[in-house]
Design a protein around this ligand. Sequence first.
Ligand SMILES: *[C@@H]1O[C@H](CO)[C@@H](O)[C@H](O)[C@H]1NC(C)=O
Ligand SMILES: *[C@@H]1O[C@H](CO)[C@@H](O)[C@H](O)[C@H]1NC(C)=O
Ligand SMILES: *[C@@H]1O[C@H](CO)[C@@H](O)[C@H](O)[C@H]1NC(C)=O
Ligand SMILES: *[C@@H]1O[C@H](CO)[C@@H](O)[C@H](O)[C@H]1NC(C)=O
Ligand SMILES: *[C@@H]1O[C@H](CO)[C@@H](O)[C@H](O)[C@H]1NC(C)=O
Ligand SMILES: *[C@@H]1O[C@H](CO)[C@@H](O)[C@H](O)[C@H]1NC(C)=O
Ligand SMILES: *[C@@H]1O[C@H](CO)[C@@H](O)[C@H](O)[C@H]1NC(C)=O
Ligand SMILES: *[C@@H]1O[C@H](CO)[C@@H](O)[C@H](O)[C@H]1NC(C)=O
Ligand SMILES: *[C@@H]1O[C@H](CO)[C@@H](O)[C@H](O)[C@H]1NC(C)=O
Ligand SMILES: *[C@@H]1O[C@H](CO)[C@@H](O)[C@H](O)[C@H]1NC(C)=O
Length: 522
Amino acid sequence: MAHAVLLSSLIFAAARANPIARDVANQTMVTPFSALQWTPCYDNFTCARLIVPLDYAEPDAGNTTIAYIKLPSATQPAEDILYNPGGPGNSGVDAVLHGSAQLLNTLGTTYNLIGFDPRGVNNSGPSLSCFPGDPASEALFKSQFHRPINSKSPESLARQFEIAGAWGERCSSVHRNDSARYVGTIATARDMLNYVEKRAVAEGQEVKVAKLWYWGISYGTVLGSTFATLFPDRIGRMILDGVVDVETYYKNNASGLSQSDEAVLSFAKACHTAGREKCAFYSSTTKDITKRMRNIIEDVRKDPVPVADLAISPVPTLITYEDLVFTLFVLLYSPVQGFPLLAQIFAELEQRNGSSIALTIQAVPPTGVDYGGLISCMDSVKVPGAYNISTMAIWEQHVKEENKQSQWVGDGWATVSLLCRKMNIIPPESQRFSGKLGANETSFPILFIGNTIDPITPIVGARRMSNLFPGSVLFTQDSIGHTSLAASSACTSHNVQQYLGGVLPAANITCKIESVPFITDV
Ligand SMILES: *[C@@H]1O[C@H](CO)[C@@H](O)[C@H](O)[C@H]1NC(C)=O
Ligand SMILES: *[C@@H]1O[C@H](CO)[C@@H](O)[C@H](O)[C@H]1NC(C)=O
Ligand SMILES: *[C@@H]1O[C@H](CO)[C@@H](O)[C@H](O)[C@H]1NC(C)=O
Ligand SMILES: *[C@@H]1O[C@H](CO)[C@@H](O)[C@H](O)[C@H]1NC(C)=O
Ligand SMILES: *[C@@H]1O[C@H](CO)[C@@H](O)[C@H](O)[C@H]1NC(C)=O
Ligand SMILES: *[C@@H]1O[C@H](CO)[C@@H](O)[C@H](O)[C@H]1NC(C)=O
Ligand SMILES: *[C@@H]1O[C@H](CO)[C@@H](O)[C@H](O)[C@H]1NC(C)=O
Ligand SMILES: *[C@@H]1O[C@H](CO)[C@@H](O)[C@H](O)[C@H]1NC(C)=O
Ligand SMILES: *[C@@H]1O[C@H](CO)[C@@H](O)[C@H](O)[C@H]1NC(C)=O
Ligand SMILES: *[C@@H]1O[C@H](CO)[C@@H](O)[C@H](O)[C@H]1NC(C)=O
C-alpha cells in the first residue's frame, strides 16, 4: 500500500493538541528498566521505558529501550490496550498524548490506554536517522524527494528514481555497522509480547499465558496480524482497523489505490449534495465538479501557482501538480475535516489562488522519507517474491500500474516502493518475515474493521486478511476515509466495546455514521 501510505494519524495533528506543561516530567526523563515501572509524566499520564534485547534470539547483540505512555482508566484494575497509530514510523506516545480523547470515544473509559513508540521511532531506540545530528541537511533533502511524482514528465520520473537511489546508498552507509537493522516489524511484535509478560510480572500474574489487548490502525494492522501469526495463543483482544493487505506490504508492493477514485467521486457527490451554501466548489452537477477539478489539475501541471503573500509563507513559493495530487490524496483520508478544505482549495485554485493549499502543505508536507521508510524496506528484505524497483523500466511500469488503479491520485504515493531500491540494511534472520501469514486458531478471534470506501486501505484488504484468520469477524463502517476514526459512529463504538467485553459482533454488519462532510461542524 502505498503503505507509508499508512501515515494515518497525520493530518489534523495541530488541531487536536492539548497544551503540555513544560515543567513536568516527559518521556526523555524516564529511567529505563528491564522491569515495567511507571512514573508520572505530562500531567495526566504515566510513562515507562523498557530495556529490551536488540535481538531476542541473540542476547549478546546488545539492548535498546522502548518508550511507553499510559492514560490510566478511572476504574482499576483495568486491562491495558496497546495502540499503534500506523506509519510505519508514527509515534504511539504522541498519538496517546495528543489524541486520547478521540480514541476513548471508541474504546470507552474502562481500559488503560497505552501508547508506545515502536523500535526506531521517536522516543524508542535505536536511531534511524540517515542524517545523524544534522537536521538542516535532513530538511533540505526532504524538499528534494517527495511522495508524489508527475508521470507525464520524464524528468520527474528520472529525478525521483535517482534521488531514491542516493538516499538508499546514504542510509545504508550511515547504518552499515550499527543497530538500525534490528527495527523490523517482527522485532516490534516481539516487543509487544515482552510488554505483556513484563506487565504480568509486575502484577504478579502468570507470565506464559499473559495476553495482548491491542488496537492497530493502518500499518498497525500489519503489526497486529504479524503478532497474531507469531503468537496466536497470546491474543486477549485484537482490533485491526483500516486493514492493509499485509502480504503485499511485506512484498514492498504499493497497491492500495483500488478505491481512491471512488473516494474522489464521493467528494464531488458530497459537495453537490451539500449545496452552494455549504460547499465552496459547488456545481449544478457532480460531473461538472469533477470536470472542473480535472481542468484545475491540468492547469497547475502546466503552470504552477505562485504564492507571494507574506502572511501565508515566509518564502515566495509555487504550488505544483505534485503538491495538488498529494493534498487531494491526504484530504480523502478524513472527509469530515478534509472535504470542506478540499472544496476551498479547488475554488481558490480555479482563481489561481494558492493560499489554502499552501497552508495545508505547511501542516502536512509531502515528504517522501522518514524513519518509517527504513522500517518498511527492512520488512521486505529477502521476502519471497518481494518487489524491488531496480531499473528505470520497472519504475516506469510501476507508475503505469499505479495510474491504472487510480486516475486521480495514482501519482500520489508512487515513490513509496521506490525508496527501497538501494537500501541495503539487512535484519538478522530471526527478525525476517517468513512469507507466511495467518493462523487457523487464535486464543480470541480478531476483529477487523473496514470503511466501505477507504482511499488507501481498500475494504478488499480487510476481507483478504479476515480469511487468513479463520474465526475472525469483519465489520464495515459505512463511511469514506481511512480507518474508522475518519467518522464518528455510535454503532462502531458500541460494537468495539462489546467486543472488548467478550461479545463478537454478528457477521457482516455495517455501522452507520453520524458525522457528514460539509454538514457536521469541525
Ligand atoms: C524533557 O524535559 C527536559 C528537562 O526538563 C527538557 O530538556 C527536554 O527538552 C524535554 N523534552 C521534551 C520533548 O519536551
Ligand atoms: C489533564 O486533564 C485535565 C482535566 O481533564 C485537562 O484540563 C488537561 O488538559 C489534561 N492535560 C493533558 C496534558 O492532557
Ligand atoms: C541487556 O539488559 C539486560 C537486562 O537489563 C542485562 O542483563 C544485559 O547485561 C544487557 N546486555 C547488554 C549487552 O548490555
Ligand atoms: C515525539 O514525541 C514527543 C513527545 O514525547 C513529541 O513532542 C514529538 O512531537 C514527537 N515527534 C514526532 C515526530 O511525533
Ligand atoms: C564500518 O566498519 C568498517 C570496518 O570495521 C569501517 O571501515 C567503516 O569505516 C565503518 N563505517 C562506519 C559508517 O562507521
Ligand atoms: C502488487 O500487488 C497487486 C495487487 O495484489 C498485484 O496485482 C501486482 O501484480 C503486484 N505487483 C508486483 C510487482 O508484485
Ligand atoms: C486568496 O484567497 C483567500 C481566501 O479566499 C483570500 O483571503 C486572499 O485574499 C486571496 N489572495 C489573493 C492574492 O487574491
Ligand atoms: C534491490 O536490488 C538492488 C540491486 O539490484 C540491491 O542493491 C538492493 O539491496 C535490493 N533492495 C532490496 C530491498 O532487496
Ligand atoms: C490452516 O489450515 C489449512 C488446512 O488444514 C492449512 O492448509 C493451512 O496451512 C493452515 N494455516 C496455517 C497458518 O497454519
Ligand atoms: C458475509 O459476507 C460474505 C462476503 O460477502 C459472504 O460470503 C458470507 O456468506 C456472509 N456471511 C453471513 C453470515 O452473512
